[in-house]
Design a protein around this ligand. Structure first.
Ligand code: SF4
Ligand code: MG
Length: 323
């Protein structure tokens, strides 16, 4: 379909004086317009960088260094900044950045901040009506338009930033940790809102989070990131019922602890490798209970029923598979 998203070999590095930090390394996935995707991984695995790369909003020294992001037939990596800004940013792809709700301008009312975005982008309809409609879409009363950010609760502020992202009716909405710092009840309300926008408005949602249980409430598909790579992708059901990559298996086993809000995943001894000049071979090798000699070589993507897994245990030519 026309809104289909295909990400191929996408690499995004931070070009530091000490060398490239490979935050996103040759990531592949595809989504049809009716699908929503969760990107899950622990902090500093590259998931926020992936979101920013998709939105072409990486700050120097961050840079997309290779690959393609094809949306509706166009590779947005190849576009000039001008073309991307004019045609794609906010209009086709919008993002709710991590912590955005704390970055609302304290001096202006919600309504005037929404209006400003519409006017900046040359919106040609009834601006006031559009502001009220977009507030309604995220479950906020018309009166919120005349409020200042400090007069709103955290959950209301998060709804406002989602409304902002949706103002120009993008096909794809990326939300990076949209429920962090909200209490559990408000978290599930925001998740329910994203689900509703996906189901009813047909917005493709990419939800980035450290919280697998939370993501699985919205996502049709889940991608697991580890040390800058997408190590497994599959249907949410498949990831839950039949996790394949040893890292995914460990994540699933830890779900109750993750859900209690623990930020760092401590269930596997060791920590991910540095993304500055990572060693050759599987990046999970030093922590993996199944590591084999072959794992010193970089595992390719082995196809599964609903996606792929980057792990030598699933090499169909290996006869000694013991999983
Ligand atoms: Fe473990 Fe080898 Fe699979 Fe890496 S490729 S996750 S080291 S079994
Ligand atoms: Mg992040």
């Amino acid at each position: 379909s026309n809104k289909k998203l295909a990400v191929r070999g996408l690499s995004a590095y931070y070009l530091t004086e000490r060398g490239p930090v490979k935050a996103v390394d040759a990531v592949n996935f595809a989504l049809s317009e009716s699908e929503s995707l969760g990107i899950v991984g622990e902090s500093a695995c590259g998931k926020s960088t992936l979101g920013s790369a998709l939105m072409r909003s990486m700050q120097p020294p961050g840079k997309i260094v290779g690959g393609a992001i094809v949306l509706g037939g166009d590779d947005i990596v190849k576009m000039s900044d001008r073309e991307f800004g004019k045609k794609v940013r906010w209009k086709k792809i919008a993002m709710v950045f991590q912590g955005a709700m704390n970055a609302l301008d304290p001096v202006y009312t919600v309504g005037s901040q929404l209006k400003e975005i519409l006017e900046e982008h040359g919106f040609e309809g009834d601006v006031d009506a559009k502001v009220l409609e977009s507030l309604k879409q995220v479950g906020l009363a018309p009166a919120v338009a005349s409020r200042y950010p400090h007069e709103l609760s955290g959950g209301m502020k998060q709804r406002v930033v989602i409304a902002m992202a949706l103002l120009l009716e993008p096909d794809l909405l990326i939300a990076d940790e949209p429920t962090t710092a909200l209490d559990v009840l408000v978290q599930s309300q925001i998740i329910a809102l994203l689900k509703k926008l996906h189901r009813e408005k047909g917005v493709t949602v990419i939800l980035i989070s450290h919280d697998l249980a939370l993501v699985s409430q919205v996502a049709d598909k889940i991608g697991i990131m580890y040390a800058g790579q997408l190590v497994e992708i599959g249907s949410t059901q498949d990831i839950y019922k039949n996790p394949k990559h040893p890292y995914t298996q460990a994540l699933i086993a830890a779900v109750p602890r993750l859900h209690s809000g623990e930020k760092k995943i401590r269930f596997i001894p060791g920590s991910p490798p540095s993304l500055l000049d990572p060693p050759a071979g599987c990046r999970f090798y030093p922590r993996c209970p199944h590591a084999m000699e072959v794992c010193k070589q970089d595992p390719p993507e082995f196809e599964t029923d609903t996606g792929y897994v980057r792990c030598w245990l699933y090499d169909p030519t290996l006869k000694s598979m013991s999983h």
